[in-house]
Every structure is written in C-alpha cells, then in structure tokens.
Design a protein around this ligand. Structure first.
Ligand SMILES: [Zn+2]
Length: 294
C-alpha cells in the first residue's frame, strides 16, 4: 500500500484542488529521524504540503524546497519534493518536546516559533524562483496560505493534519490544497467559503476513513469536480555517492585539505535518510584535484 495524491479541478476552471493521504510517508520520516510527536506533526505537515505543492514541476530534475527557519525548539525544518511524487525532509531537533496546547493538540506553532518561511521552486530552466515570507503562526498550513497570497497572489486553503499514535508512530496524515484561479466569480468564491467554514479538520476526515478523492468530494460538495490524476507518493531520498562527491568538491580545495589533515578520511551522512558515505584520504585527495580544476 502506498500513499496517494489526487488532483482535481472544478469544471468551470475556478478552483484547482489537490489532496493526499501521507500516513506512510510521514511514518517513514518518523522512523528515519526518530521524531518526537511535535516534530512528527511539524515535519509531517511540511512534507505533505510539499507533495501538494509540487504538482507544477514538469522537468525531470525539478524540485520544490520548503524551509521553515523559526526560533522555536524544533529549529529549522527543510523538505524537498521532486516531480515524481517523492519527498524527503529533516528537522534540526527531532527530539524537541513541548507540552500539549490547552485544546489537547500538539503545539506545532510553539515548536516552530517565529522567523521565515522560504519556498524555492527549481524548475531546471533558469534561476530557481525563491519566495520568502515571515512565519505567521508556525502552524504551517496558515503560513503557506499567507505565502500563496503574498508571493504568488493566489488565495488558497491549505489544510494539513498529522495524528500521532500512543506509541509515537503516525496514525494518519494528509492534506488538502484548494487554490482560487484567476477569473473566479464572487458567487463561487462565497460558496467555497461556506463549505470551508463548516469543514472537518484533515485529521477528522482521515479518522472517518476518507481517501484523497473522498476529501476532495467532501470539501467541494456542490461543485462540479473533474478528477485529473492519482499519483503514488512516498518518502524517497535520491542521495548517491556521486552526489556526495560533488558536495565535497563544492566545499573547495582548502576545506578538503583541512579535512584530510584533521581526520585522514571522512564519513558523510545524508541528512535526509542517514545513509553513510565513507571517503578514504586517498579518495579525498582525488577530490582536491577535482576542486582545484574547477
Ligand atoms: Zn539520502
């Protein structure tokens, strides 16, 4: 069983919708990073958002990066989504723990704190597109809706949910993104607003056993919706020895020589999937040459 993302559009072209169940994806992140509940919820929401937002990456190596740089105990969160339905991410302090909020919910906003949200769309065409806004609440869904409005002028509903089980595994996770397209009329817009106001949260929808398609049908009740495609999504890391070599070369000659002098050899661990790559002193010396030739 794998996670599924479903894309849809209303037939009048006024709303673009994406929904996803990401339980397995977020569970993989929890296993890789041994996240405590607040970190699971924060990273899970951001991973889900990345998958929902990555739908316009057409080129093969295109990617979408979301960075939350807040001053809360979780530290920085980074996720990278690719054009094939894969996503990976990390949180600086996966063990950070905070008391529950008064309403019994995980305090994601408190965990993230205040700072900046960065969005980088690298479409592999020219320069990557970089947008940045101040973090509003740290609850992630609100922050991304604010980003869409400020940076892309697209009114959006961003609903994200992660439910952590008693044993800290992920019971359910998912999200819903509704975007208002240019030309949308007032009547349709107020119809959507009414629908959203009485809507269950994403975690409640998942608790009711809804899949991505159900979530879209539920949120867009009364609209004429056309389903476009289902995509298999998941936690995928595309690191390789080759990529790590390039990362070392990019450090520059001096840095690599210092590494050889201090440690002799080096072990580099992928921050997304914990895969370790070992380089002997001899291999590092060859990389010094590559860095020199650059
Ligand atoms: Zn990796």
């Amino acid at each position: 069983m794998s996670d599924i993302l479903t894309k849809a559009m209303t037939k009048d072209g006024f709303f673009k919708i994406a929904a996803a169940v990401t339980t397995d994806t977020v569970n993989a992140a929890h296993t890789y990073h041994q996240t405590m509940p607040v970190a699971s919820a924060a990273l899970g929401r951001l991973l889900t958002a990345g998958l929902l937002m990555a739908d316009n990456l057409k080129e093969k190596d295109a990617s979408l990066t979301l960075q939350m740089r807040g001053d809360g105990p979780l530290g920085t969160l980074v996720i990278v989504a690719d054009s094939q339905g894969g996503v990976k991410g990390y949180v600086a302090n996966p063990a950070a723990d905070l008391p529950l909020k008064e309403n019994g919910k995980l305090d994601v906003g408190g965990g993230i704190g205040r700072g900046t949200l960065g969005v980088i769309r690298d479409l592999k065409l020219k320069e990557p597109y970089i947008g940045q806004v101040p973090i509003q609440t740290g609850e992630i869904g609100d922050d991304l809706a604010y980003y869409f409005m400020q940076s892309e002028q697209i009114p959006s509903v961003v609903a994200l949910g992660v439910l952590v089980d008693r044993d800290y595994t992920i019971k359910s996770a998912g999200g819903l993104l509704i975007q208002v397209m240019p030309g949308c009329d007032e009547k349709s817009l107020s119809m959507l607003e009414n629908s959203i106001q009485g809507m269950m949260s994403v975690t409640e929808m998942l608790n009711h056993g809804m899949n991505a398609k159900d979530m879209i049908e539920y949120a867009m009740l009364g609209f004429d919706v056309e389903f476009l495609e289902d995509i298999e999504i998941g936690y995928r890391c595309n690191c390789s020895r080759d990529r790590m070599e390039r990362a070392i070369v990019s450090l520059g000659k001096q840095e690599i020589q210092d590494m050889i002098a201090e440690q002799g050899d080096a072990e580099i661990v992928c921050q997304f999937c914990n895969q370790a790559y070992r380089f002997t002193g001899e291999e590092l010396s060859m990389l010094v040459e590559k860095a020199t030739r650059k």
